[in-house]
Design a protein around this ligand. Structure first.
Ligand SMILES: *Cc1c(COP(=O)(O)O)cnc(C)c1O
Length: 225
């Protein structure tokens, strides 16, 4: 690990993220040592994609790290993530919400989640379609249906394309949906505040479109091996 390179990259990323946007350092496949080095520079929010990896690394790192689960979560893996991740970003089905709610209640705690919205023109990205999401919000009393879950906002991934106008359009669409939900007062307690969008290749566009959380790996740690 090249400590000086890490410092330089981190400073560069930090300076491009406004104070109102939370920077989540995506540490999937990175060693405990690398995470520690970034922690020593002041970073506290880290994102992991794989339940077993999160479970293995978290106990070896300082307890004040805020873990974000940003991967695709299967119901069978909820038990590995529940209680460990402060925020689960990629919640993409009602059945997964059922399972998360059940776990949270059994453990007597509240689990914060983001609902993932499918905005990309790709079959490989998970999430509710905007129409499904609107139907969900209009059709259910969320708090009654999923006790123990607190829906904090939305998450989305843009198409992996060099077409920046297309990416901006997708982020704008997601931001519009997010703002509609905020304005609709489906969540009168005002806990619906987060819009997780933007990664190394498109964080500037996401921030311009109204992101409140960016998930950045490569720009901080370098290319994944
Ligand atoms: C890996 C990953 C990231 C970070 O990607 P980089 O291009 O390395 O910044 C962000 N979000 C999700 C969901 C990821 O899986």
């Amino acid at each position: 690990m090249d400590q000086q390179r890490l410092v330089e990259r981190y400073e560069r990323v930090r300076s491009s993220v406004p104070a109102r946007v939370k920077l989540i350092a995506v540490s999937k496949t990175r060693s405990v040592e690398e995470i520690h080095a970034l922690y020593a520079l002041g970073q506290r929010a880290f994102g992991e994609n794989y339940p077993q990896e999160l479970r293995a690394k978290a106990p070896l790192l300082p307890p004040d790290i805020e873990w974000h689960f940003i991967g695709h979560l299967q119901r069978s893996n909820v038990k590995h993530v529940a209680g460990l991740a402060q925020l689960i970003h990629g919640v993409d089905s009602e059945r997964l919400m059922d399972e998360l709610s059940k776990r949270a209640r059994a453990q007597g705690r509240t689990q914060d989640i983001l609902l993932q919205v499918h905005i990309a023109q790709e079959d490989t990205k998970h999430g509710f379609t905007p129409d499904e999401l609107r139907a969900l919000m209009e059709g259910s009393d969320m708090a009654a249906k999923w006790p123990g879950l607190r829906i904090r906002g939305l998450m989305g991934m843009a198409t992996n394309t060099p077409d920046r106008a297309r990416i901006s359009g997708e982020f704008a669409g997601l931001a519009h949906l997010f703002n509609d939900i905020v304005a609709s007062r489906v969540f009168p307690d005002r806990s619906f505040t987060e819009l997780s969008m933007g990664m190394t290749g498109d964080m500037d566009l996401a921030i311009a479109a109204g992101s409140t959380m960016v998930r950045v790996g490569t720009a901080i740690f370098g290319e994944r091996g």
